[in-house]
Design a protein around this ligand. Structure first.
Ligand code: UDP
Ligand code: MG
Length: 332
C-alpha cells in the first residue's frame, strides 16, 4: 500500500559506477512501501554512471536523472536535487552506501511524528582513515564552537527535510552552499537518528583533501564571522602588550640611560604601537566586512514556520501540529 504522501530521494553521483547497481537495488527494496521518486544528480561523471542512470530511467519512471554539464561539486548537486524534488519530504543520501538506505524509514517516521529535519548522526565510521576521522572530529567541534547557528556534530548530508525546509533552502540565494549549515539556519523542529556509517561499498572517495578544505572554508565563512572578530581581540592583546612594554622600556631608559642599545627603546615602542594600530584598523574593516558579507548573502531576514488565522497566500497553511492527546477538545 502506497503512503498518502510523496517522498523524494536525492542522490548525488560522481563516478560511482562501481557502486550504483547496489545502491539502486537497496533503495528500491527500502522504498517499496512508499510513494516516491529517486532523483539522481550526475555531477559530470566521466565513467559510465550516467548511461546506467539513463538506462534505469528508461525502465522505471520513478527514476529521475539530472546531468550536470561538468563536475560542479557535491553541494551544488544536492542543491539541484532539492530544487527539482517534488516530495512532501526529501531525503539526501550519498551514492556510495556509506549512508545505509535502511535508515530512511526511521527518518520518515520521525517526520510523521512532526519533525521537519531528521539528520543522521554517525555513531561510528568504518573503513575511513584515522586522519579523516580525526580531522572530521576536530572540524565538527570547531565549526560548532564558532558558528552562529546550531550545526549538530558528526552529521553529514544524510538527512530528511520536510517541504517547508526545502522551500527555505531553495530560497537561499547564496553561491557557496553548505547544506548542513543551511538546514541548521532554517530552524524548524530538528532531531537526529543515529546510525553506523559503513565503509564505502565500492570505488574510492570523491572528496580529496582539496575539496574537503574548500568545504570547510565555505562552512566557516558562511556560518561564522568569528575569524574576523579574532583580529579585534588580537589588536587589543597587542595594544596591551605595547602599553606594558612601553612603560617598562621607558622606565629602564630613564633610570639607566646607558643600559640599552642606543635607539632600541624608541624603535621597540614604535613597532609595538604601530602593530597594535594596524591590527586595530584591520579589525574595524573586519566588522564592516562582516556586515557586507551578511548583506551580500541575501538570506531571508526570518523564516515563518507556521501561522494561524491569516489568509495571506504567502504564509504557510497550518494544521495545528499538536500531538493527538493535546488537541483542544471543544472549549475555548
Ligand atoms: N560527489 C559529487 N560530486 C563531487 C564529489 C562527490 O556529487 O564532486 C558525490 C559522490 O558521488 C557521493 C557523495 O557526493 O555520492 C559523497 O562523496 P564521497 O563518498 O566521495 O565523500 P566521502 O564520503 O569520502 O566524504
Ligand atoms: Mg562517501
Amino acid at each position: 500500500m502506497a503512503t498518502p504522501y510523496h517522498l523524494s530521494i536525492v542522490i548525488p553521483v560522481y563516478n560511482e559506477v562501481a557502486v550504483l547497481p547496489q545502491t539502486y537495488a537497496r533503495l528500491l527494496a527500502v522504498m517499496e512501501t512508499y510513494d516516491y521518486e529517486l532523483i539522481f544528480v550526475d555531477d559530470g561523471s566521466q565513467d559510465a554512471s550516467l548511461s546506467l542512470l539513463q538506462h534505469w530511467a528508461s525502465l522505471n519512471n520513478r527514476v529521475k536523472v539530472l546531468a550536470f554539464s561538468r563536475n560542479f561539486g557535491h553541494q551544488p548537486a544536492v542543491s539541484a536535487g532539492l530544487h527539482f524534488a517534488k516530495g512532501d519530504a526529501v531525503v539526501l543520501i550519498d551514492a556510495d552506501l556509506q549512508d545505509p538506505p535502511e535508515v530512511i524509514p526511521a527518518m520518515v517516521s520521525a517526520w510523521e511524528d512532526g519533525y521537519d529535519v531528521v539528520y543522521g548522526v554517525r555513531q561510528d565510521r568504518e573503513g575511513e582513515s584515522w586522519s579523516k576521522k580525526i580531522t572530521a572530529y576536530v572540524f565538527y567541534r570547531f565549526l560548532r564552537s564558532v558558528s552562529d547557528v546550531d550545526i549538530p556534530v558528526d552529521s553529514g548530508d544524510f538527512r530528511l527535510l520536510s517541504r517547508p525546509v526545502v522551500n527555505v533552502i531553495n530560497a537561499m540565494p547564496e553561491s557557496h552552499r553548505f547544506v548542513r549549515g543551511m538546514t541548521a539556519w532554517a530552524g524548524f523542529r530538528q532531531t537526529g537518528v543515529s546510525y553506523r556509517r559503513a565503509a564505502r561499498a565500492a570505488g574510492e572517495s570523491k572528496y580529496p583533501w582539496r575539496k574537503m578544505w574548500h568545504l570547510s572554508l565555505d562552512a566557516v565563512t558562511s556560518f561564522s564571522v568569528a575569524p574576523l572578530r579574532w583580529v579585534r581581540r588580537g589588536a587589543l592583546t597587542v595594544a596591551f602588550v605595547a602599553l606594558i612594554a612601553s612603560v617598562l622600556l621607558i622606565r629602564q631608559k630613564l633610570l639607566y640611560p646607558h643600559s640599552l642599545i642606543l635607539g632600541w627603546t624608541s624603535v621597540m615602542v614604535t613597532i609595538l604601537w604601530l602593530g597594535a594600530l594596524q591590527l586595530g584598523a584591520i579589525g574595524i574593516i573586519g566588522e564592516y566586512m562582516a556586515h557586507v558579507v551578511d548583506q551580500v548573502r541575501q538570506r531571508p531576514l526570518y523564516v515563518i514556520s507556521r501561522a494561524w488565522n491569516f489568509d495571506d497566500p504567502s504564509l504557510p497553511v497550518t494544521a495545528p501540529l499538536l500531538p493527538r492527546s493535546q488537541k483542544i477538545s471543544g472549549e475555548g
